[in-house]
Design a protein around this ligand. Sequence first.
Ligand SMILES: O=P(O)(O)O[C@H]1O[C@H](CO)[C@@H](O)[C@H]1O
Ligand SMILES: O=c1cc[nH]c(=O)[nH]1
Length: 292
Amino acid sequence: MIAPSELILRPRGSVYHLDLLPGQVAETIITVGDPERVGEVSRRFDRVELRVEAREFVTHTGDLNGKRLSVVSTGIGTDNVDIVINELDALFNIDLHRREVVAEPVALTFLRLGTSGSFQPDIPLDTVVLSSAGLSLDGLLPFYPSIPVDESLATALTTHLSQDGQALPVPPVMVRPQLPDFLASLDPARLTAGITLTAAGFYAPQGRVLRLPTALTPTLLEALRKFRQEDLRITNIEMETAGIYALASALGHRSASLSALLANRALGTFSRQPATTVDRLIDYGLFLLTDR
Ligand SMILES: O=P(O)(O)O[C@H]1O[C@H](CO)[C@@H](O)[C@H]1O
Ligand SMILES: O=c1cc[nH]c(=O)[nH]1
């Protein structure tokens, strides 16, 4: 039995942070960082059956073109991703009355629709990028020793950086998703794809300097930019993808992350049409989930 202190339920039996009950969430779940983006997604549904709000975690469940979907906001950062993925998984894969793991776990599908900064000068603003892998610099993953990590990709990065006399301030962890079938069957030549760097913060952890210096110096950022392994390079920076990929894979779920690039960090530019670009991202995500 999982103790009440470890899996906390509200008095009505809902999971502690998300305030959701079993049955209220679809097996296909869109995650977004911004709680306000939840309504932007669900207003495209044919019908919304449920709206729940708890802290930064807003959940809408409904259907589109005959497919049941949920959209859940994670808020910012992988500390929140830890809560969201564990509690959503518990709704399906832990019997909340008996407090026991179910015998036959349900495999969920997660699709993150997020915003991000382009890491390369040649990937234009407003591009939508698929994360082929997550580079976790956020500190969450070492707490989950069962997570399948790509040691050789992480070692290749560390070796590449050391050849330039550079090192990251924290050990890099690389994770690869189990992509949902609707993405695995897409022609890769039609998508911009690459490694998404998941940072522990927005400013110094992404190499930004306002009044405080960053350990991600221009020389280190340039060395990261030049990293190539197989057909992969670091395409973008944000704050959730590696956490979602890692926890979803370890729990037996499929996951994919699509990011709209609103900033270009190499060029110092920001989108002139962020809302339009996020709209396009949402439309594309819903098309992938429902029209194929
Ligand atoms: O637009 P969302 O999904 O929130 O994603 C990005 O935007 C936030 C930072 O502005 C971080 O959460 C980052 O990952
Ligand atoms: O540069 C950016 C843009 C959006 N979100 C991030 O985390 N970083």
